[in-house]
Design a protein around this ligand. Structure first.
Ligand code: ZN
Length: 104
């Protein structure tokens, strides 16, 4: 078993497990029904998706990437470095702020 992905809610966890299953990656959701012990404040538990077989990690990562992309959750690309003047440019810009060179 391998802890793979912390979902935002049970629905997302289930959808990811389904997506993994479609790619023959066995996974399960743990943690969604946990609550705090008596007398304690209830803990906020996010469901975790676990891989049954650790060797599925690479395949699962690929499925996760596609899953996130389909949800529009792609992480923003990071800043890039201008090849002409080596300035660091924010991801939102395609032209170097320092020398005006376009992104290669
Ligand atoms: Zn530049």
């Amino acid at each position: 078993m391998l802890k793979f992905y912390e979902a935002r809610d049970s629905l997302e966890a289930r959808q990811l497990v389904d997506a993994l299953a479609a790619h023959r990656v066995e996974a399960t959701v743990l943690g969604e029904y946990l609550s705090g012990a008596a007398g304690e404040l209830p803990a906020i538990n996010f469901p975790w998706v676990w891989l049954i077989n650790n060797e599925d990690l690479v395949a699962a990562q690929g499925v996760l990437d596609g899953f996130m992309a389909s949800r529009g959750n792609l992480p923003k690309a990071g800043p890039w470095v201008c090849e002409d003047c080596a300035a660091q440019v924010d991801a939102g810009f395609d032209i170097c702020w320092q020398c005006g060179a376009s992104r290669k």
